[in-house]
Design a protein around this ligand. Structure first.
Ligand SMILES: NC(=O)c1ccc[n+]([C@@H]2O[C@H](COP(=O)([O-])OP(=O)(O)OC[C@H]3O[C@@H](n4cnc5c(N)ncnc54)[C@H](O)[C@@H]3O)[C@@H](O)[C@H]2O)c1
Length: 335
């Protein structure tokens, strides 16, 4: 029986706790204190109950899963786990401190994974005493339903750790895709590039964003257009990822100043204040098909770059876009 320790019982930690317990693993959940860990466990239990209501999980299986998840007071209680999955906020200094503590307390043969969406696994590993056992295990939100897990090896990660991470993802019922480390990994790099292209195109011409989104959905494999997707992700989170990618790759991730003023005004998308997509009916200007075409051209170009750089195989890039972004077919399939 595998025992998984989860550190950080927020959005992702609670979802992953549910996934691991539903897969038959024992799960210990740690957060900054016991009360927060207990809140995370409650969320994992609520998820199990919701999946029963929706007919996706058998009631007995949910009860058994719920019984396998337990809150603990902190990292020090994870000394004997087989696997640690760290899901604390996306802050290198915070994650570094957490991983140093993991090194000190968790048995040396345990696998250690970080659910970072964009930080360098190599940099995180270098800050610790045992970088060879650290892997990136990038789950997508909501982890209980999204099948993709990007598996990222840092420069010092050993092959055995990568193999264990891939086997773990499979045991969790997920589809792992192996990704060579680069900023944004596969899915965020392709999506954010396409979104930045669309935002730049829309900044230079009168465009109805709702109509442009509809053109993207009608004219290609994406389930949602770039403006609605931005509002769903949260414009603050998106602009932070986009800014990191612009710093790493340059102007092709420039959004022509679309997001920053909205974030500054507290318009963060669906979670608060409205965002990119206005209320009311669409009033197309005729330029929307151009924006949609630019969106897909951006995705295709970034996917080709990923393949050329050897970040992942073309088949895996397409698989990742289907499972991680909900595309009906990957950008390289028809490109
Ligand atoms: N939310 C998403 O859509 C998403 C998707 C994929 C990956 N991620 C990544 O997953 C990670 C977690 O994101 P989230 O959205 O779940 O964040 P969150 O803010 O919802 O949860 C983070 C949790 O970590 C806890 N925490 C803070 N400091 C801690 C410490 N020192 N020790 C233990 N716990 C601590 C917080 O109390 C909180 O419960 C980030 O790296 C993020 O980039 C997020």
């Amino acid at each position: 029986m595998t025992t998984v320790g989860i550190i950080g019982a927020g959005t992702m930690g609670a979802e992953i706790a549910h996934v691991a317990s539903a897969a038959g693993m024992d799960v210990l959940v740690a957060d900054a204190d016991l009360a927060r860990a207990e809140q995370g466990v409650d969320r994992a239990r609520a998820l199990a109950a919701r999946r029963v209501e929706r007919g996706r999980l058998d009631a007995d299986a949910a009860e058994a899963a719920t019984a396998r998840v337990r809150a603990v007071a902190g990292i020090d209680d994870l000394a004997d786990v087989d696997v640690v999955i760290e899901a604390v906020p996306e802050d290198l200094a915070l994650k570094t401190a957490v991983h140093r503590r993991i090194d000190e307390v968790v048995r040396p043969d345990a696998l250690v994974a970080t659910n970072t969406s964009g930080l360098s696994v190599t940099a995180l590993g270098d800050a610790t005493a045992s970088p060879s056992r650290l892997v990136g295990l990038h789950f997508f939100n909501p982890a209980s339903t999204m099948r993709l897990v990007e598996v990222i090896a840092g420069a010092a990660t050993d092959e055995q750790a990568v193999a264990r991470a891939i086997a773990l993802a499979e045991d969790l019922g997920k589809t792992p895709v192996r990704v060579r480390e680069c900023p944004g990994f596969v899915v965020n790099r392709v999506l954010v590039r396409a979104m930045a292209e669309a935002y730049r195109a829309a900044a230079g011409a009168p465009v109805d964003r709702r109509a442009a989104d509809a053109m993207v959905v009608d004219g290609g494999p994406a389930p949602m257009g770039p403006f609605a997707l931005g509002d769903l992700v949260g414009l603050d989170v998106l602009d932070s990822i986009r800014g990191d990618l612009e710093a790493a790759y340059g102007d092709r991730f420039d959004d022509a100043g679309t997001l920053a003023p909205l974030v500054a005004a507290g318009r963060l998308g669906r979670k608060s204040g409205g965002g990119l997509v206005p209320d009311g009916d669409a009033q197309p200007t005729g330029t929307e098909p151009v924006v949609a075409a630019i969106y897909y051209a951006g995705a295709l170009d970034e996917a080709r770059r990923l393949a050329d750089e050897g970040v992942a195989s073309p088949a895996d890039i397409d698989l990742a876009m289907c499972l991680g972004a909900g595309w009906a077919e990957g950008p390289l399939a028809s490109g």
